[in-house]
Every structure is written in C-alpha cells, then in structure tokens.
Design a protein around this ligand. Structure first.
Ligand code: DON
Length: 576
C-alpha cells in the first residue's frame, strides 16, 4: 500500500486519503481468529455438546472437554474415561502449540513377557480381552488438565452435556450394534459391561437407550474433585479392585502417579506449509515427516502413476523405521533428528527404483533378511474417535481419543461405569509379531512398567500462508496415511468436504501390499502400480473417519466437515 502510494503521481488530497487508509490498515489489529466457531466430531451428540459449551461462552478447550466426554458416552465402543488420547492444542493468545499426551501407561507390575506363555509364545487374546489388556487411563486427567490450564468454564459446566447423556441414555445406532456384535464375547465376560451394553447377553434393539448411571456418577465426581476424583479415593479403589478381581495387575499407586504430559509437537516444513503434528509416543508425526521428506527429495513429479508409486515406497520405508525405532520417548532413546533429516530422506529416496516396487523383505529390519511374516489384515472400523474444533478467537484443538479395539478390553470395574481400554495390545507384546492392526515392533516398544505404548494417532494442524486446517482420524495403523493424505489434499487446495471424502490408500511395510478404497486410483494409476510389481489389495470397508475444520484466511471463510464414511456431524456457527 505505502509503496504504491509513493510511486504514483497523485494530488495531495488523494495522497492524504491513501495515508489515512494505510494508517487504519496498520492500526487495525490483524484478527487472530475467524470470528465464528467450527467443530467436526464423530457423533452428532458430541457436536451438539461442543455447540452448547461454546454458546455458553466456552472456548475451544472447553469444547474439547465437552466433546471428549460426550463421545465417551454416545459412542462407548470408541473412546471414554477408561481410555486415552492425544490433544493437539493451539492457544491463540500466546501463539503456542502443544501436544497434551494423555496416553495410557502400563502398570508398575507389567513386564516384557506379560502376554507370553511358558514357552515364550503369545497367549491369544490376552492383550485384547479382560483385565490384563487394560493400561492406566489418561482421558480423565486430560479433561481436568484442559479445564485447569486452558478452559474458560468450570469442568462441571463442560462435562454437563455428557452427564445428561449418560443419565438419559443414548439410542443404540447401527455402528454401536455392529461393534457390540463384534465384541459380544468380551462384553459378556463381565457382569457390569454386559448389564450396560447388552440386553440379557444379546444385542439391544436398535434405538434402545443405553443408560450409564454409574458413568454419570463418576463424571460428577471428576467434576467435583478434579484429578483426585478419579485417580484417588473411592473410584480408584473400585477400579483397582475390579481389575484385580479379573486377574489384572493394577495398583492404587499406578493410578495415583498417572499424569498427562505436555509435549512439544513434531513440526514439519513441506512446500509452503508448516505442519504441526503428533510427537512420540505417537509414531504419527515422525512417520508423516519421513514420508513428506522422501517426497520432497523426489521434487515435482507430474506423472500420477510414478507419484503414487513414490508415495507407497515412502510409506513402506517410514513404517519399517516405525517398527524398529519408535516407542515411549521417556523410556527409550528415539533418533528423531536423524529420522527427520533431509539426508536420511535422500538415502531412502535413492533406494527407490522408479520402475519397480521394493519388496519389503529386501528392506530387512536388522541387516539380515530375517522377516516376521505377517499377512494379518489391518482390522479397523469405527472404534477410536476424532474431533476438530476452532473457536472464534482462533484457539484450536485436534483430538484423537481411543479405547483401542471396539469397547476396549470389555471390562467395566463394578459400580464405576468406566469401560477400560485394551491399549496394552499397542505394545510389541511379542517381538516381531503383528498386533491387531498388523503392526510389528521390537525393543523400542516392548512392554515395561509405566511405559506408554506406541500409537498411530495423529492429530494435526496444517498451516499455510492462506489456510489453517485442523484434522485427524481413527483407523488403527492407517491413521497415519489417512492424515498424510488429508495434509496433501489441504495443500492441493481441497475444501473441507472434499478433503474428508477423498478415497484413500495405505501401505505399512508389512503386510507387503497396497490397501485401497474404491476410487482411490484411476485405472491408469492402478495399472501402473501393477506394472511396477505392487500387490494391490482392494478393501470394502472404509478407511477412517476424518474430522476437519478449515479456515481460509485469505477468503475469510471457515468450513467444517465430517467424513461421509462415518456418523459424525460438523457445524460452523456464530456466537450470539
Ligand atoms: O493408538 C493407536 O494407534 C490405536 N490404539 C488406535 C486404534 C484405532 O484407531 C482403532 N481404529 N479405528
């Protein structure tokens, strides 16, 4: 503005006028936020809870509390007080991003061979069903931390919608019924879980109300007493007794010492974007960073067949490193700087043959061609949950929360209403054997006291000069490639709906195949992948459930979208 004025030969009047406008422009503080609120969650009742809390004067952090608690009630198969998650936060006033790590921790008595029999072989189901499968929950601590350090409202105000849902009941929808059918055996094993989630040991009728009065009481205790309301006292006592009665190894001390950790997120630079994403104990940020670095090493590639080949090869290599190097950063050294360096990516890029798929078996894990053969399908569905929220001031939260498998371990300790996770299966419970998502791991992710199991959950912000996207998804091992493709779509300028809907593909090193949704590849890309020797595995079940908010600052437009694959809703609204 100033330069144009100075260069033009205008009359004094026009010149003065221009100066006034210029001064106004300089003095009008740049708006830090979009002026409206936007939210996308995996369940309509959770979106409603966020709207209610924002309308009551809450900020994005209060909305995150309301959504997390409401999702746990309305979608008990996916998340809840008995689980954990990662909350990526952006605090507009301080311009500060942080990852709130509410990942579950292994109890003190856990050890490397916990899930093996006397012969050193994995005991089927032991890390998935029942008391041993459950790690110490992190979600309740996250809710308290968010309220105490970031929210505007009291914890009780933000938890109120969830408490009401738990007391009045939520109708069993189709997703609930499918997941309950899938986990019926585990749910039947305990009186409390069966009583809450089944009807006489069978599936409830569609739309029957699932009432959770014990959970409502536990939520109230949390609201009244904060952290100690869950991790100490009566609730803690009942949780430990319930777990131990079923053969578990929790102690009161395990609960008393649980803390969330504020971690520095992984920050990546790719093209003109700054990508803020999940740090260990999530593998998400590092794997995404490695893939983007390999793409950057390749430079611009116009041929879409070659570009897809490069993406698949980059995924293969990054997941191989995930298996070897990643785990709990508080317990194992992780070579983050090396894994994210341009030199390392250049080496990986140099190992890619542009014309041929690299068999995973030729990228050995320990320098020899010894290989864990895994053909397990990455089973995933609509367990685990994600939400994205941005408030009028520009505060944002991208939260991925989980119990791991649908309905977690299936165990509800009596009189708590708290359905416990089975996050212990995210450890490498047996060196080199695949977990339930087909992922393998070794020492870096071995079971050990107080360790946090390696996760794939990848809440993310994409920041370009014009746009800010808040995104994330469930999807087990596929979360990382789902989010990666969301990032790439954002950079291509896709709007929120297109971004959430775009068909997806995935490779995770082992099993050695490209899994893809209908429509992910054009026929010519598909043919070019086959020609290069890739094994293609079309999938009928959808990948993930992306929740996205996009603020286009240059066009002053705020959008939100919930993945058409899921049951969620999105909303953009003005604060009255
Ligand atoms: O933390 C993880 O990576 C897994 N426990 C997430 C599980 C999941 O996404 C299930 N899928 N829909």
């Amino acid at each position: 503005m100033y330069r144009n004025t100075a260069l033009s030969a205008r009359s004094f009047g026009a010149y003065a006028c221009t100066w006034i406008v210029a001064l106004l422009l300089v003095w009008t503080p740049a708006r830090a936020g979009p002026g409206h609120h936007a939210v996308a969650t995996a369940h309509p009742l959770a979106t409603d809870a966020a709207e209610a809390v924002l309308a009551a004067g809450g900020n994005a952090f209060d909305a995150a509390i309301a959504v997390t608690a409401a999702l746990g009630v309305a979608q008990p198969q996916g998340s809840g007080l008995g689980g954990g998650g990662f909350f990526l936060l952006y605090h507009a006033e301080s311009e500060h991003s942080v990852m709130l790590d509410a990942r579950e921790t292994a109890p003190e008595a856990a050890h490397r061979d916990l899930f093996l029999d006397d012969a050193g072989e994995p005991v089927p189901g032991l890390s998935l069903d029942g008391a041993l499968a459950a790690a110490i929950p992190g979600t309740p601590a996250a809710l308290v931390h968010l309220a105490e350090h970031y929210g505007r409202l009291s914890l009780g105000t933000s938890l109120a919608p969830a408490i009401e849902l738990a007391e009045e009941g939520v109708p069993a929808d189709l997703t609930y019924l499918q997941m309950a059918e899938f986990r019926k055996r585990a749910l039947r094993a305990g009186a409390d879980a069966a009583g809450i989630f089944l009807d006489d040991g069978e599936l409830p009728a569609e739309r029957a109300r699932i009432l959770q009065p014990d959970l409502a009481r536990t939520l109230r205790r949390l609201a009244e007493h904060g952290h100690s309301g869950f991790y100490e006292g009566e609730i803690a006592q009942r949780l430990v007794e319930g777990v131990r009665a079923e053969g578990g190894i929790w102690s009161l001390d395990d609960l008393a010492r649980y803390r969330v950790v504020e971690r520095r997120p992984v920050v990546l630079e790719y093209q003109d974007a700054r990508i803020v994403t999940a740090a260990p104990p999530s593998s998400g940020g590092i794997v995404i960073g490695q893939i983007l670095n390999i793409l950057a090493a390749a430079g611009a590639v116009d041929d879409s067949g070659l570009r897809t080949h490069l993406l698949v090869e980059a995924m293969r290599r990054a997941y191989r490193d995930r298996a070897l190097y990643l785990g709990d950063p508080d317990h194992v050294p992780i070579p983050v700087t090396r894994l994210l360096s341009a030199d390392y990516a250049a080496d990986w890029y140099a190992s890619i043959d542009p014309d041929r798929a690299t068999p995973s078996a030729s990228l050995p894990l320990f320098g020899e061609a010894e290989h864990a053969a895994t053909t397990r399908t990455a089973r995933e569905s609509r367990q685990t949950s994600h939400f994205s929220v941005m408030d009028a001031d520009g505060n944002r939260v991208s939260g991925t929360i989980t119990l791991n498998y649908p309905f977690g371990s299936g165990l509800v300790p009596p009189d708590t209403g708290v359905l416990l996770n089975n996050e212990m299966d995210d450890f490498a419970t047996h060196q080199g054997s695949p977990n339930v998502y087909g992922l393998i791991g070794f020492d870096a992710n071995a079971v050990g006291p107080h360790r946090r199991p390696l996760s794939s959950m990848s809440p993310t912000f994409v920041e370009t000069p014009d746009r800010i996207a808040v995104l994330g998804s469930p999807g087990g091992s596929r979360i990382i490639t789902i989010v990666l493709q969301g990032i790439l779509a954002t950079l291509e300028g896709a709007d929120a709906e297109a971004l959430a809907a775009r068909p997806r593909f995935h490779h995770q090193y082992l099993p050695d195949r490209v899994e893809f949704e209908t429509g992910a590849f054009t026929s010519s890309v598909r043919a070019s992948l086959v020609r290069r020797g890739h094994r293609l595995a079309p999938q009928l079940r959808p990948f993930g459930d992306l929740q996205v908010v996009v603020w286009d600052r240059s066009e002053d437009r705020l959008e939100a979208a919930s993945d058409p694959r899921g049951d969620g809703t999105a909303s953009v609204f003005v604060q009255r």
